[in-house]
Structures are given as structure tokens and as C-alpha cells.
Design a protein around this ligand. Sequence first.
Ligand code: ADP
Ligand code: ASP
Ligand code: MG
Length: 407
Amino acid sequence: MALIVQKYGGTSVGNPERIRNCARRILETQRAGNQVVAVVSAMSGVTDNLIKLAKEVSPERDPIEREMDVLLATGEQTTIALTAMAINALGGKAVSLTGAQAGISTDRVHTKARIVNITPDAVKKMLDEGNIVMLAGFQGETASGEITTLGRGGSDLTAIAMAAAIKADLCQIYTDVDGVYTCDPRVVKTAQKIPEISYEEMLEMASSGSKVMQSRSVEFANKFGVRFEVRNSMNHNPGTIVKEETPGMESVVVRGVSLERNQAKVTIDDVADRPGISAAIFGAIATANVIIDMIVQNVSYENITDISFTLSATDLAKAESALKAILPTLGDEATLRTQSGIAKLSVVGIGMRSHSGVAATMFKALADAKINIQMISTSEIKTAVIVEESEIENAARVVHTAFGLDA
Ligand code: ADP
Ligand code: ASP
Ligand code: MG
């Protein structure tokens, strides 16, 4: 008998028929002689709709985050109850548990809480009594009993963390594609399913826009050594195994290509080139709670320089007002420019550590397609560029082809 954690994402539980499909699969897994904890997301569109409602009732200011969490947690609570009902109707025995009931304790950072501890006693007891446990994804509870959520895509984290806490034999993430592909298969039709990928590559892909896995969940899996498989809830095809790096993996230079839309760029021209200027700029940005991505500072000329950085377009207004307030302190000539409508394309692979020429191949493919590169950044296993958002899909396709990733 194996202990299995399965996770079904929003599309997989998107309507009653699909919930019944998941219920059948969960029940089959148990009837094959296993204990099953099944984590579910909110039905597709529900979380987005709750966020929209919150904004509609609170147009004057961002809704209080504590209340956002009380609201958002209802999406998953609906799905656990419905899936448990479906399993029971099919002759199985299922019990639903919220994150709090399942012993998932988090810190107090509402809407992006971190799991600090899991006490899975209730989960184990219910499994031992022969139940399937339907566990609400994306949520937990603080030490003082406040409801929290784990950031968008957070049901992945619930599944991986619970798998670690109960020492599950298997953790399966069921979604609406067959696994992790060399690029989003909805953008690059020739993308290939990757049979095995290292935690590190999966993490880089997830954090550079491949939303098939929540990046924090991959970080957690890496830290606690939780192997997991990404699979399709609509078929029985083998998926992608995400696991520790093995020797052969480095022979592939580029494992995948990620794209991230809806980015923006802020440039401060003619800032004084003296100690404390960058600290002032990024201090103001941090105080405004804005997360930034790439930073580029130009070579200084006559004690004046330019600094640019990128961020999510949704944070642009916040960043702009934070910087306007300190602009006069950055130099007599300092001016502020912003640009939205840009996107980021990244190529990722642990093979980059030992192979040269990745940047050259990527830049040549973009040049041949007449796509202009606006910014460049590199890390040990990633090379990323900023391009016009209208060109991002074409950029992904030509770069995917240039690295021999097509079918
Ligand atoms: P779920 O609701 O199951 O959590 P998500 O929508 O979060 O599913 O993630 C699945 C989607 O991720 C796919 O439909 C696909 O369009 C997208 N995606 C982006 N990059 C990739 C990739 N490299 N491989 C597979 N899917 C990807
Ligand atoms: N329902 C949440 C979201 O849409 C969590 C998840 O689906 O993983 O982000
Ligand atoms: Mg997801």
C-alpha cells in the first residue's frame, strides 16, 4: 500500500463533469490499494472572479489583505466539498478538510503566506479510518487562527508540502497539459514534453513565467527533496518527473524556453553618479512593496549615469509615484521615463554551466527574425532578454527552433 498525494488544478475541476472525472480517478487510485490525499484548487476562473468582486466593492483602496484571504479561501473550500460529495456518490468514502483543519500553519503575511509547520494528525487519522482526504489547496492558518492564502498557484505548494509532511510515496500534480514542455505548448505548437527535469531548471522556468508550477512550490520540493510528477488529469499519459539533478542532465544545454508578458520598464536618466543613489531608488521601490526583476546601470559619463529596471506592469503606477517623490534628490538633471508593453523571454538549462555560446545562438535567432533586444540579463543557468510584447510569441518560436527543441 502506497501513500499518494494528488493535486488537481482549476481547469481539472472546472465544472461538475470534470469534478466527477477527478473523483473517479481519485477513487480508482484508492481502490488500487493506496491511501490518497487529494488537493484541489478553486474551479477555474473562481479566484480571478473573487479578486474582481473585491476590487468592485473597494474601489477607493486596495481591499484589506486579511479580508482578501477570508474571501479567496472560499474558492477551494467549495471544491473540496463538491469533490468529496462526488466521491461519496460514486460509492467511495471521502472527507473534506480546509487547510486549517489539516494542520497547515503559516506566518501572518496575508495573500502570500509561508508555511511554517504542518501537523498532519487529522489527515493521518482520517486516512487510517479508510477515508480519501480532500484537502483545500492554497490556504492555511496563522498561530492565532487567521485564515491565510499561499500566493497565486499555491495549491501546488499545499500538495508538495503535505507530501513532505506525511512522507508520501508519490506526489502527482494533475493539470490540463501532459507535463512540463520545452515551452508553453499553447504558444509554441512544436514544444516537446520533457520526461525529466531538475528542481533547479523547473524553478528557473517557473520563476521566469512558465506558470505550469508555482515557483515557491518547486523551491519547497527542492529543499525537502520531494520528487513529483506533472501529469494530465484527462488522460493516463506519463508526465514529467521533477527531481534532483542527475549526471546526464547537463548534456542538454537548453531545457526550456519561458515567456513572461505584461512587463514594464522604468528608466531614470541623468542621475548623479555617487554613492547612495541606487540605494535611494531601490529603497523607495522596496518601501512601496514593488518587486523588481532586471536592473541595468549604464557606464557613467561626466558623473552622470542612467538606471533602468523592469517590473510587472501591474506595479508600474506604484513605482512611478514612489520615484517621483524622490526624483529631486537623485540629481539636478534626473528625469523619469516608463514603458509598458514589453515582455521577457528566457532560456533555461543546467547545461549552460558547462557550454558556451548560448547567448550568441539566442541573439542571432532574434536578429534573424528582426526582433530588437531591449535589455539582457544572465545567471548561471538562464539567459533572458526583454522584447516588445507584440513580438514575444514569435521570439519564443524562433529561439525554441534555434536550440533544436522542436518536434
Ligand atoms: P492548474 O490550474 O492545473 O494549476 P495552470 O494553468 O496553473 O494549471 O498551469 C497549466 C498551464 O501552464 C498550461 O495550460 C500551459 O498553458 C501553461 N504553461 C506555461 N508554460 C508551460 C510549460 N513549459 N509546460 C507546460 N505548460 C506550460
Ligand atoms: N485558486 C488559486 C489560484 O487561482 C490557487 C491555485 O489554483 O493553485 O491562484
Ligand atoms: Mg497552477
